[in-house]
Design a protein around this ligand. Structure first.
Ligand SMILES: Cc1ncc(COP(=O)(O)O)c(C=O)c1O
Length: 447
């Protein structure tokens, strides 16, 4: 085992041993649900996959919204308007896949929502366990914990991390230098900026600034350091410099945690996310993700070692004190993983759309999340409205998600968008972005 990971494992064992002499924390009861009567009822049987997009791929991509012109301009304006969605996170468009629909429908017919209780009581079924195994395999980790959302996955992990110091100093309050110092990029997702992180010493390195991070780590008197970063930043659309972070881990020996929420299934040959792209599975200690984006369902994922899982089970309050995900969602997520493996053309399609957008606009997008900073809240709302009128749902991102003077349009691409969709989108964007040119000179020049 990597020596940095081994050092942390030892600490985790020490922390859990203090509170769990009888090894109760290890025990996650597994509920055996009744067997289905026939293969036709089995949510996981006969998973059908396809070679290309099907009509089902437009079900949730072409929607209707309130017509922004209805009641505002004269003349007959229909109350609703058809738009193509360029604002969702269902990157592979799996939420409407026939096999995913079948799995959730069959599971709900046979089991309803499944046991309604927390995982540690009776909510954790064979299906949850199966999905955990598949996700552990995907990220090459020995264990996985499923939480109700990606948000709670991050907060549960932070809660467990924050407990380590008090567990290892049982009976007294840990001094500052005995706590854990968590470095969290200033643009990390809100779920990594929560009060549960405050039990630890928190450092806020400037966004993707490795020199600043290096300085903060070098000057931090706390011995046990953690670096927690989004892999792809949801409000910027840029990636964390993974290889530089791996180098810094060697220098400082920190526990390296990534929040790969936007890349699970979306990148890597097998959809294993950013760690698979770089082949750095053994350098990333804990990988957090979500079932709500690329997987097209709902839920959070923490993949890690068995020892870390035990600590999070025992001390991650946002995991412990909440009802587990409904069984149809879990069955659907399991099938979505299988579909994503077999329909790898979906991954290729989304990255092709990114390249097409870049070729048409010369905008330096590197991911399916593309931001066009326009300025004030009003400017962003006006442009979002123009896009709606042109037949595209593109969200205006405003405070508190971003600073007041850096409001932006956020375009998200999807494997089911066609090249034609991208061309039409770019035409509509170029009609509203040039007017921004004088204000920022930044985006319009690139469109
Ligand atoms: C970077 C990032 N992390 C975590 C989350 C939370 O995931 P979930 O929506 O599953 O709670 C989101 C999105 O909502 C996100 O963008």
């Amino acid at each position: 085992m990597d020596p940095i990971a081994a050092m942390w494992e030892e600490l985790v064992v020490k922390a859990t041993a203090k509170v769990d002499k009888n090894d109760f924390m290890h025990y996650l009861p597994n509920v055996r649900v009744p067997k289905v009567a026939s293969p036709a009822e089995d949510p996981l049987a006969a998973i059908e996959t396809f070679e290309r997009l099907g009509p089902w791929d437009r079900t949730m991509l072409e929607l209707e919204v309130e017509n922004p012109k209805a009641g505002v301009v004269e003349g007959d304006q229909p109350p609703r308007k058809k738009v193509v969605l360029f604002s969702g996170n269902d990157y592979l468009n799996l939420s409407t896949h026939p096999a995913v629909r079948q799995a959730s429908a069959k599971a709900s017919l046979v089991y309803g929502m499944g046991p309604r209780s927390s995982s540690m009581v009776s909510g954790h079924t064979d299906y949850h366990r199966l999905l955990e195994q598949a996700l552990g395999d995907l990220t090459k980790k020995e264990a996985c914990l499923i939480t109700p959302t990606g948000f709670s996955a991050n907060t549960a992990l932070l809660a467990a991390l924050g407990n380590i110091a008090s567990l290892t100093c049982a009976g007294r309050r840990p001094a500052k230098h005995e706590k854990i110092a968590i470095s969290s990029d200033t643009l990390n997702h809100a779920s990594i900026m929560t009060p549960s992180a405050w039990q630890s010493v928190t450092k806020r390195p400037m966004h993707n600034d490795m020199k600043h991070l290096d300085e903060l780590l070098s000057n931090c008197p706390v011995q046990k350091k953690v670096v927690f970063t989004d892999s792809l930043f949801s409000m910027e659309g840029d990636f964390a410099p993974m290889l530089e972070l791996v180098e810094l881990r060697k220098k400082h020996g920190f526990l390296f945690i990534i929040n790969d929420a936007h890349m699970t299934l979306v990148c890597g040959k097998n959809g294993g996310g950013i760690v698979e792209v770089y082949g750095i599975e053994d350098q990333i200690d804990i990988c957090v993700g979500t079932l709500s984006k690329g997987v097209g369902c709902l839920g959070g994922i923490i993949t890690c070692s068995k020892k870390w899982k035990k600590l999070i089970q025992g001390r991650g309050r946002p995991f412990i004190f909440t009802t587990t995900s409904p069984l149809p969602v879990i069955a659907a997520a399991y099938v979505a993983l299988t579909v994503a493996q077999k329909e790898s053309w979906r991954r290729q399609a989304i990255w092709s759309r990114v390249q097409e957008f870049v070729a048409l606009t010369k905008y330096p997008a590197t991911s399916p999340i593309i931001f066009l900073v326009v300025g004030t809240e009003q400017e962003a709302l006006d442009r979002s409205k123009h896009m709606l009128e042109s037949g595209f749902h593109v969200t205006a991102i405003r405070p508190p998600a971003v600073p007041a003077n850096a409001c932006r349009l956020r375009v998200t691409l999807n494997a089911a968008h066609t090249s034609e969709d991208i061309k039409r989108l770019v035409v509509a964007l170029s009609q509203c972005i040039p007017s921004v040119k004088d204000a920022t000179g930044q985006v319009a020049a690139k469109l």
